[in-house]
Design a protein around this ligand. Structure first.
Ligand SMILES: [Zn+2]
Length: 484
């Protein structure tokens, strides 16, 4: 049953395009000087401009424009020397002007791309455009009886909309693309990338078509996807829903659907009229954006090393495999941590293994970022040196490492306090080996009869008896000698 379902899914090609809204990290709003600080009392960060009073004049925030250009350059876009803001007309209570200022026919950035790695293959996802716009406020309906309230603190907060080409071919790839965008905007310092708090939001256009078909299938738009986990889940659900409708002889309706994360389904929100009539027109109150060569050059010169460049450098300089390099460069702070541990004397691949394994597991379990972990890179290098010189075994190191992450103490201190020094005294290990062998005549006979896997049993028993402290190399040598 499952196989036939898989076979049906494999007949179809998935086509996904994402529209991502990223809230810019400016101190003030896009057309006035109100603060953008998150979480303040409702309507304490508003003025005549962002509440849409008649006769006021908006003035564009230069920083917001620079942040969008920085992002455009990082995503390989061409930057328009001349672009402008337009009015997108629609009424909503949280949009007091009756229109949203956005960019329409002349966006700031166009024709870019980002690279992602899925299943060991580098894929290039086209960026159609990046434009600037203002955010709307927030309507509050819950828990207010028969009243609704509106909070305009968010009105006019600068957003950057990043629109991809329909180049994404699977839900997994969509999640990979989102992660890459997040990494880039965080490296650039233009957005904090926090999906849970809404500073990175994603709408997805999804359709399916039989492999080999040129024309696109009818698409649906998914809204309300507010975590990385949900990007993949919502799209997987929607792809299966569309395929099963087509397989049953039905047709897909072009509509907007909401992802319901509690129920794990998408639900119809509204069917889409072919084109909304927003009556866009250039905003007469705002001057066009003219980007001179000097500004472009200075922004370009100040670009930091970006995730892809860093990944390639990590592979070249440290000889790391693709997967290690990709993971370690996903966050600048993680990449910096790695490089510091290597500078402190850690061997690159060993440091990477510990980071991708135990360190990231502990970060996940304790829900901490790398900055919050007590362990410092030099301490990791210190612990690796203790393994290297035979003071502790790799197995004991696992215990030491956990303790280091929890307490921030040096490995040498923990080893001393807990008496974890590895036993490298041949006599002492031999004694433990002899005791175990004396208790295991049956296993010895089977080993000698050819069941060589039993070596693991003997090692395990001696390790247990020595509380994991026996030097593994010496232990193996002794066992082999005595068992032969
Ligand atoms: Zn304001």
């Amino acid at each position: 049953m499952k196989n036939s379902a898989d076979a049906i899914l494999k007949k179809y090609e998935v086509v996904i395009g994402l529209e991502v809204h990223a809230q810019l990290l400016t101190d003030t709003k896009i057309f006035c000087r109100c603060s953008t600080k998150f979480g303040s009392e409702p309507n304490t960060q508003t003025c005549q401009v962002c509440t849409g009073m008649p006769g006021v004049l908006p003035v564009a925030n230069k920083k917001a424009i620079e942040y969008a250009i920085r992002t455009g350059l990082a995503m390989n876009c061409s930057i328009a020397p001349y672009s402008r803001f337009a009015r997108k007309n629609y009424f909503y209570p949280d949009l007091p002007k009756g229109y949203q200022i956005s960019q329409y026919e002349l966006p700031l950035c166009e024709h870019g791309f980002v690279e992602i790695i899925t299943d060991n293959e580098v894929r290039r996802i086209g960026i159609t455009r990046i434009h600037l716009e203002e955010d709307a406020g927030k309507n509050i309906h819950e828990g207010r009886g028969d009243h609704s309230f509106v909070d305009l603190n968010r009105t006019g907060v600068p957003l950057m909309e990043i629109v991809s080409e329909p180049d994404i071919r699977s839900p997994k790839e969509a999640a990979g693309y989102m992660k890459k965008l997040r990494a880039i905007v965080r490296y650039l310092g233009v957005c904090d990338g926090n999906m849970e708090e809404g500073s990175l939001r994603c709408d997805a256009n999804v359709s399916v078509r039989l492999f080999g078909r040129k024309e696109f299938g009818t698409r649906t738009e998914l809204k309300n996807i507010n975590s990385f986990k949900f990007v993949e889940k919502a799209l997987e659900y929607e792809v299966k829903r569309q395929i099963s409708i087509i397989e049953d002889g039905g047709t897909i309706i072009q509509e907007t659907r909401l992802w319901d994360s509690a129920a794990g389904v998408t639900q119809s929100m509204r069917s889409k009229e072919e084109a909304h009539d927003y009556r866009y027109f250039p905003d007469p109150d705002l001057a066009p954006i003219v980007v001179g060569k000097d500004l472009m050059d200075s922004i370009r010169a100040a670009l930091p090393e970006l995730p892809d460049e860093k990944r390639k450098r990590f592979m070249d300089r440290y000889g790391l495999p693709d997967l290690d390099a990709e993971l370690l460069t996903s966050e600048k702070a993680i990449a910096d941590w790695f490089e510091e541990a290597v500078r402190a004397g850690g061997q690159a691949k060993t440091v990477s293994n510990w980071m991708m394994g135990d360190l990231m597991r502990i970060m996940n379990e304790e829900n901490k970022s790398i900055e919050d972990i007590s362990l410092k890179p030099a301490q990791m290098a210190g612990m690796l040196a203790l393994i290297e010189n035979g003071t502790i075994s790799g197995k004991i190191a696992k215990t030491v490492f956990e303790e280091m992450c929890r307490t921030g103490k040096d490995a040498a201190v923990i080893v001393k306090e807990k008496g974890l020094v590895q036993i490298s005294d041949t006599g002492e290990i031999e004694k433990a080996v002899d005791e175990i062998l004396a208790k295991s005549p049956g296993e010895i006979a089977r080993f000698r009869a050819g069941d060589e896997k039993l070596i693991g049993f003997f090692v395990g028993q001696v390790m247990k008896a020595t509380k994991g402290k026996a030097n593994p190399k010496l232990l193996n040598e002794l066992l082999m000698k005595k068992l032969k």
